[in-house]
Each structure stands twice: as C-alpha cells, then as structure tokens.
Write a protein that binds this ligand. Structure first.
Ligand SMILES: [Zn+2]
Ligand SMILES: [Zn+2]
Length: 355
C-alpha cells in the first residue's frame, strides 16, 4: 500500500513542520546558466539544503535552476553561503523574499531534474538561454517608459495583462509561452531598430524571451529585472513614479496585488469597471473570470445561470454531470471565450461587454 504510506508520511511531515518553533522565510530564486550534469548538481545541492532543513520545490535543468523554498531563519546565512558557493553563476543570485508569507507552505524538499526550468518548445540546439538581454532596474525601466523609441512587451497570459500592465505595453495574444516566443519575433519584426523591453511577473519568462529575441537577431533587448514584483518593490522603496497601471495578477487569495489605483478591466458579465478575478463557485466549473460585486450577488458567485442552477442540484447529480468533463484550469478570455478546455458549457453572459 505505497500510496497510503506516502499519504500518512506526508501528513506527518506537515505536522512536524507545523510543530517547528523556528520561524521560516519563504524565498524564491532562479538563474539561467549551463549545468553540464544536472543530476550530479542536484544531488550535491540536495545534501546541502537537506542539512539546513530547507523545504520547497526546486527544478534543475541544463539551462539552470528555479526554486521556491522556505528556510529556517537560524539557517538563513548558512543557506545563502551554500547556495552562493554551489556554482560561480549562483554567487550573489537575487533572492526574492516573500514578505507576506508565514513560511508554512512547504514541508518537504523536492528537487527535480527537468528538461527545462521553463517549458519553451524550442528545439534549436544553438539556442543559449543563458545569453540574456540587459537587466533593467526600476529607474531604468521608468526612463525607457518615457522613450518613444522603446516598445514594452508583456510575456504573460491574457488574464494577467487584462488587469494590469506597463502603459502602452504590447500584448502577445497567445495562451502559452511556447507560442508567444515565435509570435513576439513576428510582431516585433518591424521594430528591430527600437529598444525592446520584455517583462513578466517574476522575471523568469521574460528573461528567456529576451534570450530568444537575441537569438533571432534583435540587438537592443532588455528585460525588467525580477519582473513586475521586483519593479514595484524598487519603485515603492525609492519613491519613483509607477509606470505599471492596475494590478499585478498572482495566484494567491488576493488574486493580484494592486500597483496603481487605476482599474483597467471590466466585469465579464455586465461590463462595469472591475478588476477582481474570481473562480466560478460551481465546483464543476471553477472558471477564472472577472466579476463585479453586483454580478457576484446576482449570480451567487457563478459565471452563468447554468452554473448557478447546477450548483444547487443534489451532489450526486452534480457529480454525474462532472464525470467525463475535462478538469483543466479554465479561463475566460474576453476576445476568445472559454480557454484551455473542450468543455462545452455556455459562456458567461457578456451583454454590455462587446468591445
Ligand atoms: Zn458585473
Ligand atoms: Zn461556471
């Protein structure tokens, strides 16, 4: 009964973490650099981190490392030393410390070797993900934002762009990063003489995108260091004006951090000014969409009348309807309707939302 055993042991590990008295700090970091033997690198780093009671998720590939972890505060200096000396490319790597986090998200250390740290669909062996564009700090981002010879390029998903982006940023309208890369090259082909500034939430995607643009012969390629999160942090710390409008979408309870006061999106049901994402309350649907407080009341938190009715059916009947449906994450896209699902449920009513 290996499954049962694992489950019990997982619960026990979680209980042990919760019983710890030493506070933990949640940290994330990534770095593109060539790791010739990812498996050996992983095994060495695992020993180092295990000794320091680091928990979390770490991916290692020949192109680099991506980590979201928690570290006991009394081990933090020692952890930094171990990380910075694990490879010359990791010396002084930027650590993003999550301030609004209790450090209780992880209770086991998982370190996995993968083909890529960010799936990109690139199979050109001459592509070098470590040859990235130039980093921009917040002041430099702001200077670029004032420069008419510069194009900002958003490398996130539609639903992220919809609620917040750099002023005048170009949206690359695809739902996957791997499709966005070649699309960005096509869309920017006539802007080769301009400065191209790429950005994403935390920097890991735009940094690879910058390498991809360089690979395709673009010369003036930049990316926002640490993404929107680090830009907003630096800009606020230094009292700089914010060139990012709206919200930075993140997958936590808040569904995004407000960066500027402007609300740039609209309720998907009535078209009112609103940038609050929610998941449809019908568990068989769970669609991610934007809903204003009025519509939340009218539809009881559901994306449609159909979901509202279905939610009230006896549980057995709800389950029967759900079986056979795809359970992937569903997202409402204003221009395209329902995404990433073959599920044929009626779309939310989009009256008054035809722009
Ligand atoms: Zn509404
Ligand atoms: Zn729904």
């Amino acid at each position: 009964m290996p499954v049962l055993h694992n489950r019990v042991s997982n619960e026990e590990l979680k209980a042990r973490m919760l019983a710890e008295t030493e506070p933990r700090t949640t940290v994330s970091f990534y770095k593109y650099f060539t790791i010739d033997d990812p498996k050996a690198f992983r095994d060495r780093l695992y020993v180092q981190f295990e000794q320091r009671k680091v928990f979390g998720r770490i991916y290692i590939a020949t192109e680099g490392i991506n980590a979201q972890i928690s570290v006991p505060n009394n081990q933090f200096d020692s952890f930094k030393e171990a990380l910075f000396s694990a490879h010359p490319a990791l010396d002084q790597v930027r650590l993003n410390i999550a301030l609004e986090d209790d450090g209780k998200s992880f209770w086991v250390l998982r370190m996995k070797v993968r083909a890529r740290i960010v799936a990109d669909g690139i199979d050109d062996p001459t592509f070098n993900p470590a040859k990235v564009g130039q980093y921009l700090k917040a002041e430099q981002v702001n200077a670029m934002a004032e420069d008419p010879n510069t194009v900002f390029v958003d490398m996130r998903n539609h639903y992220e762009y919809e609620v917040g982006h750099f002023k005048n940023a170009l949206e690359i309208p695809s739902d996957t990063f791997r499709d966005q890369l070649p699309m960005a090259v096509d869309m920017l082909n006539d802007a080769r003489d301009k400065n191209i500034v790429m950005y994403c939430t935390g920097g890991i995607r735009c940094e690879k995108a910058s390498a991809y643009m360089l690979h395709h012969g673009f010369e003036n390629v930049y990316h926002v260091e640490g993404g929107i999160i680090e830009y907003a942090r630096q800009a606020k710390a230094k009292g700089l004006p914010l060139k990012f409008i709206g919200k930075n979408f993140v997958f936590d309870e808040r569904m995004g951090e407000r960066i500027s006061d402007e609300v740039i999106a609209h309720c998907h049901q009535c078209g009112a000014s609103c940038d609050t994402h929610t998941n449809c309350r019908n568990e068989g649907c769970h669609l991610l969409f934007i809903q204003c407080p009025n519509c939340a009341a009218t539809y009881e938190g559901c994306c449609s009348r159909v979901c509202q009715d279905e939610m009230k059916l006896p549980l057995e009947e709800q389950r029967a309807r759900r079986s056979g449906r795809e359970n992937g994450m569903k997202i409402f896209n204003k221009s395209k309707g329902l995404l990433t699902s073959s599920l044929r449920i009626p779309l939310p009513e989009t009256k008054g939302n035809t722009e």
